[in-house]
Design a protein around this ligand. Structure first.
Ligand code: FES
Ligand SMILES: [Fe+2]
Length: 335
């Protein structure tokens, strides 16, 4: 089950160049493309002529061109050219999804086009701000999208899954605070005078105890960002984790992950910092498929919740409410 009336990250902007990109989003095959004038398009990945995948074609001036017989479609799905004849049959059009480019990503709206408001795309100002450096990576994970969202919604796993990188033992006993504001869910952990963890000590050149504050924001359908603040008397640094979780199918998920920092900004630090971020991320990415397999082999997702699960429980509640709203609206339309 997928939320449809939401913006999903579909690709990093760098992935949309001269060739269309095939990607499955919420179970639907989509061809993403950038026209030569720079506009982003997202259409069903099937040519209405003879069912060739449009993603196997090419990008035109304002269109995507099918690689089989050269028929072209604009970003609105309307046919703009049939090379073999002047007339265009009315049914020669392809389903187009609303798409927008923001913060270095192509976003897609899988639901009612009339409801697609680009103002609802999350504000990731740190991707474009002076004094910040970011890099991104795309993962395709063999796990249900809610498991993938749960992972980053759950700071309680940090001391156990990441003890050699960003976790410290004290985290397990410091409570997490959760609160909800409309459809947005927050989590915070405030740690005073704790050890920094191996990576954090290096990033801030911290020699002793530090204060750490992690503040997490979840927005539907499944976009999470976390501000990690690390501070001692001499230095204050901030790391931001941004994770856009987009269902590919019911069992597989795209994770668009980015780390942004306001420290170690010189080029010579880039390689080391990326390697460290991948080390942390790989610890998570390798774990979620294990959960998925366990769920499949033992008859479905079951949980006995603990206090630290409050944030992901609230997020799942918002998803359930929005799903009910979407289904209610769809039933009204068909009644
Ligand atoms: S199948 Fe696409 S143009 Fe013929
Ligand atoms: Fe993690």
């Amino acid at each position: 089950m997928f939320l449809k009336n939401q913006w999903y990250a579909a690709a990093a902007s760098r992935e949309l160049r001269e060739k269309p990109l095939a990607r499955r989003i919420c179970g639907q095959p989509v061809a993403l493309f950038r026209t030569r004038s720079g506009k982003i398009g997202a259409v069903e990945d099937r040519c209405p002529h003879r069912s060739a995948p449009l993603s196997a074609g090419s990008c035109g001036a304002e269109s995507i061109r099918c690689g089989y017989h050269g028929i072209e479609f604009g970003t609105d799905g309307a046919c703009t050219l049939i090379p073999h004849q002047p007339n265009i049959p009315p049914r020669m059009r392809v389903r187009a999804y609303p798409a927008a480019e923001r913060w270095g990503y192509a976003w897609i709206w899988m639901g009612d086009p009339a409801a697609a408001d680009p103002a609802r795309i999350p504000d990731y100002w740190w991707f474009a701000a002076d004094g910040w450096q970011s890099f991104e990576r795309h993962y395709l994970v063999k796990a249900h999208w809610e498991l993938c969202a749960d992972n980053i919604l759950d700071l309680s796993h940090t001391p156990f899954l990441h003890p050699k990188t960003v976790g410290i033992p004290e985290m397990a006993t410091i409570p997490l605070k959760t609160w909800v504001d409309g459809d947005t869910v927050f989590q915070q952990r405030v740690m005073k005078q704790v050890s920094p963890s191996p990576f954090v000590a290096e990033w801030g050149d911290f020699k002793g105890k530090i204060d750490r504050v992690a503040t997490l924001r979840w927005q539907p359908p499944s976009a999470v960002d976390v501000e990690m603040l690390y501070e001692d008397a001499a230095a204050k640094i901030v790391l931001r984790l941004t994770q856009m979780v987009t269902p590919e199918t019911e069992e597989t998920t795209h994770i668009f992950f980015a780390w942004s920092r306001n420290f170690m900004l010189r080029a010579e630090h880039e390689e080391r910092f990326r390697a460290q971020s991948y080390a942390v991320m790989d610890e998570d990415i390798s774990f979620m498929p294990l959960q998925q397999r366990c769920i499949e082999e033992t008859g479905g997702f079951k949980t006995v919740a603990i206090n630290a699960d409050a944030t992901l429980i609230e997020a799942r509640r918002v998803v359930q409410r929005l799903l009910r709203d979407e289904q209610g609206a769809a039933q009204k339309l068909t009644a």
